[in-house]
Ligand binder design. Sequence first.
Ligand code: N01
Length: 544
Amino acid sequence: MTKDSPIIHYDAVIVGGGFGGVYQLYKLRSLGFRVRGFEKEPALGGVWASNTYPGARVDSDAPLYQLWLEECYADWTFSERFPQGRELQEYFRHVDSKLHISKDYDFNTFVSDALFDTCAGRWTITTTGDGAGKYSAKNFIICSGFAAKVYIPDIKGMDRFKGIMHHTAHWPKDHEVDVTNKRVAVIGTGASGVQVIQAIAPLVKQLTVFQRTPNIAIPMQNTKLNKQQEELKKPYLPQLWEDTLRFSNAGFQYRFDRRSCLEVTPEERERFFQSLFDRGGFNFWVGTFYDVWTNPKADALQYEFWRRHVVSRIKDPKVAEKLAPKKQMCTFCSKRPSLEQNYYEVFNQDNVRLVDVNEEPILEFTETGIKTSGGECEFDVVVLATGFDAVTGGLTQINITGINGVSLKDKWKQGVNTYLGVCTTWFPNMYFMYGPQGPTAFSNGPTCAQIQADWITDAIIYCKRNNLKYMYPALEAEVAWRFHVNQLQDLTLLKGSKSSWYVGSNVPGKTVEALMYLGGIPKYLEEIGVEADSSYKNFIKVAK
Ligand code: N01
């Protein structure tokens, strides 16, 4: 397309080609809507197309972490309980071969602007990159996920560094970054940092890990999956999906234990915690005693168990105290735990050094390395595992202008307001998923995206059937939803938390607030269902 090409008109434009975008496009297209998707990466896959760093691996169990479409799962089996990033890329190629999604996508294309024309009731969407141009759409659906915008701390002299430096989500796709026998620094010990550290530790000459907050990493207990056995489970998968929607808080197979951590005997508690460790995955997070999320004493008991086990794996007591300090830095629910395989053993290697940046702050980058208050260290490669302007960044990085010239960025500057975590006042026919005030990072990604995409599809059909030019949620409805989301968070130990991207506190200057809905998938389904069943009574509707 050239700048003089005529504007192409669509029923819907979709931003992002991960689980949400793929499913949304498939769904609308199969109902006869004309849809176009745009993806900034060269392929489908969402985070799996961008996060290609060494060791990238999903933290959600197979077979639940996939699209619940029979045409996709019927002849696909993951080889591991927690598949590697590479296998997920392969999975998306498989999905594409079944659903023929990429023919309706422009890749290497970034959606930069979206402007709503109130008279026409349509969005004008501007893109840059390979599919650069202007497009018109009645519906604008942002499926960019919670990790679409990286966060890189502003460290003095960063641009001076002459070695290799990449953020984990901007890892090169056109060449291998060879770390063999190199001096490597990793800044950040969230899920990405933990995975990189485990993967490169056996290869590098020297590894320096810059840690600010110790990760409460829990055992992954990954296993190879037996293809024959997985095939036998296929007929039961629809039931499994239904069960997770009805009974599981997070859309996984895990369920909170109804007993109080404080009311069981110490022996029983120990046995139960051990069983959660042994089962691995997020059992220790969302399969634990319910009150670990609500009662500081219960949370502290779980931390004590966790710490004892971690410390026993680390040879040097000083290093152990840094990785698993006696003083608990944050609660189990206020930061997403990372799933580790041999993370703590890495720090027993002679060539690995842990720098606590609270004690030894990074002062600046030099041409050849990093200078801390303890001296200068040379590096060949620096890995920035410093996370994301999560949840809202993917939306606010697009210049979106709704009715009366309201900009989304300005609207959300003092705090996020959405209705049901899928739409926002003054932005007609605009929807988003796996973003603010939805279940998002407190749920299994594909589950959340699919239930939201189904809801969005119904809203679009409603608009069409009722001959509406546009609709958007009433202001009172989104104010009430924000209140509700905050109330739900305040029932947990996340209340008042300032400890992670869960509440926006990782990005300097970002408003710290409840960014996600903690009511759980079954309750969320009920709440969004009530709105649809009431013919969208909380929406302002404008007829054609
Ligand atoms: O990002 P993070 P992530 N100096 O924000 C540190 C998902 N994910 O990319 O904790 C030193 O968690 C920061 O320190 P602190 C998963 O949901 C999934 O690792 O803010 N350090 C922290 O340690 C995950 O939760 C998989 O004190 C600095 C780290 O950088 C989410 O993505 C794999 C710093 C950032 O950790 C984000 O994970 C990977 C500074 N100036 C990711 N600034 C799967 O398995 C920041 N940090 C699916």
